[in-house]
Write a protein that binds this ligand. Structure first.
Ligand SMILES: [Zn+2]
Length: 134
């Protein structure tokens, strides 16, 4: 099944995974601060992600479900592949990251795979992070 996520849902999934602290999930107010939006707006996004079975909430703590983690890995793989492409075009890594973040969630993983092949299947993004996070 192919899931569709919006830009805000994408950001939410990525922040939940990247700003958890070891085994400690991120809390609503920290997530709101990271996303620079008010907690009630974050709750609306979280409700949609919960409907899509991508996250679960427990006493103010927010974690990705197994499908949420799969979606996170897909997003990251596309993000870092396109970053690698932009970097090959001579773009600065941070600049590439910023630009790619605005549209990576719209790119199909299969298409990213083709781009990866064309640019020699890079293992890492321009920041040195792994493209495959399995
Ligand atoms: Zn990036």
């Amino acid at each position: 099944m192919e899931l569709e996520v919006t830009k805000k849902e994408r950001d939410c999934l990525i922040f939940i995974e990247e700003y958890k602290n070891g085994d400690f999930p991120i809390r609503l107010k920290d997530l709101a601060a990271r996303m620079k939006i008010k907690p009630p707006s974050v709750l609306e996004i979280l409700a949609r992600l919960e409907d899509k079975r991508l996250i679960s909430k427990n006493r103010g703590m927010i974690v990705l479900t197994d499908s949420g983690r799969d979606e996170y890995r897909r997003l990251i793989k596309v993000h870092r592949t396109i970053e690698a492409l932009y970097s090959k075009c001579g773009m600065d890594a941070d600049d590439a990251c910023r630009k790619v973040s605005s549209f990576d969630y719209l790119i199909k993983p299969d298409d990213a795979e083709k781009i990866a092949m064309l640019i020699g299947n890079p293992k890492k993004c321009p920041h040195g992070k792994p493209i495959n996070t399995e």
